[in-house]
Design a protein around this ligand. Structure first.
Ligand SMILES: [Zn+2]
Length: 108
């Protein structure tokens, strides 16, 4: 979670970190943390932080539920959406919606 340095209301730097955001120790203002959107930080195979809308490249041949025509290493996925769960990346390849593990991609 990346912490804002100061309270957006009173600009004092004393902040308390709560489960779902931050609370200002000076004025009591509470706000949601920018990194806490349900799935936490998701990193690619190289440890780079991923964000919604990023383009990634698959780095491993992936099989899709035993069906033929999986995703080949080197396939690009544009405009990913990050979701919580075992497979953190929601994207489209050739018009097919699929979920991929973040560990199997790198940021393009
Ligand atoms: Zn404050």
């Amino acid at each position: 979670m990346s912490e804002p340095a100061t309270c957006p209301i009173c600009t004092m730097p004393e902040l308390l970190v709560a489960d779902d955001g931050f609370e200002c120790a000076t004025c009591g203002h509470e706000w949601l943390g920018d990194a806490d959107n349900g799935h936490g930080e998701i990193r690619d195979a190289n440890g780079n932080l991923l964000a919604d809308g990023d383009a990634v490249t698959v780095v491993k041949d992936l099989k899709l539920d035993g069906k033929t025509g999986g995703v080949k290493s080197g396939t690009k996925i544009k405009s990913i959406r990050l979701v919580s769960g075992d497979h953190e990346i929601d994207g489209k390849v050739d018009g097919r919606q699929l979920l991929v593990k973040a560990a199997f991609v790198k940021k393009a």
